[in-house]
Write a protein that binds this ligand. Sequence first.
Ligand code: NI
Length: 157
Amino acid sequence: VNLGEYKSINEVATALENSVDAASQWLSQLNDETAKFKPTKDRWSIAEVIGHLIDSAANNHQRFIRAQETDELVFPKYDQNSWVTKNAYANAKWPDLVELWRLYNLQLSRVIREIPENELATKCTISPYESCTLGFLVTDYVDHMNHHLSKIRERVD
Ligand code: NI
């Protein structure tokens, strides 16, 4: 299965751990005011972006496990704005959010590392998107996280 820039699933898991380790260090230095600041009413605060990454972790956790239990995974997408609102991330303590995000990703790296090679080709359909493989979902998960982290970094710098 094509894992893009990664040579193995082990490498994907390690890249995830490295990103999370590095980012949790500078994220935890941000104060509550910076983390909760909303640039406009409709834009997420940094805390809400981290919340969105927790939602992504929670949904992808389900996908990564369920895909290994079936020949073809069919699973719903999640409405990202609805999830961020209903999770009330604005009410959480910022250090708690960073820690929840960090620890959830360490768990996902353990899951990813154990996915057997032959399972990576499992067909996954997250409607309404086009079908893809479990291997794609895993690398896309890490790429999506890194994309948001670099956008947060731009906002802070
Ligand atoms: Ni996103």
